[in-house]
Design a protein around this ligand. Structure first.
Ligand code: IDP
Ligand code: MG
Length: 157
């Protein structure tokens, strides 16, 4: 099976509450490979593209204001079934309802200040990764322990 890639954004609450290291560690500990990572201060224009499907929602102005209130950390995470698995690790949108053990369930209690964004489908992931990362900002490399992460028929790159 081909390796999947998904976009994560550690939101301003994660940055300002000093939680980025802990959140990134979860993906490393799970076995995912980080193939892109950077800090950016996102402006209104790119956020309006990223969240275009939510433009008509009453919370949209607050969402854009919040997401542009400080720098964020953007990452691209690669591995088996990455899109679905990373979403599951994040938990549901309303952090108060997110299961303990998930990132939102363990670190937040708000519907909007919920620590992390993760792409919700393979198609969305492709679009979001190309919105925030240039090709040369994404790295192809081998994890030296991949035979301990995947069975032979699961090995990708
Ligand atoms: P997701 O982040 O779990 O995929 P989406 O529905 O895509 O959730 O919404 C994007 C972001 O918009 C959420 O992570 C959250 O920050 C914010 N948001 C979503 N629904 C609400 C709401 O009902 N009230 C306030 N903010 C919301
Ligand atoms: Mg979403």
């Amino acid at each position: 099976m081909a390796a999947e890639r998904t976009l994560i954004i550690l939101k301003p609450d994660a940055v300002n509450r000093g939680l980025c290291g802990k959140v990134l560690a979860r993906f490393e500990e799970k076995g995912f490979k980080i193939v892109g990572l950077k800090m950016m201060w996102l402006g209104r224009e790119i956020l309006e593209k990223h969240y275009a499907h939510l433009a008509s929602k009453p919370f949209f102005p607050d969402l854009v204001g919040f997401m542009s209130s400080s720098p964020v950390i953007l990452g691209v995470v690669e591995g088996r079934n990455a899109v679905e698995a990373v979403r599951n690790m994040c938990g549901v949108t309303d952090a108060n309802k997110a299961a303990p053990g998930t990132i939102r369930g363990d670190f937040a209690l708000s519907t909007s200040r919920n620590i992390i964004h993760a792409s919700d489908s393979i198609e969305t992931a492709k679009r979001e990764i190309s919105l925030f990362f240039k090709d040369e900002e994404l790295y192809n490399y081998e994890l030296n322990n991949k035979q301990f992460l995947y069975a032979g028929d699961e090995l990708n790159r």
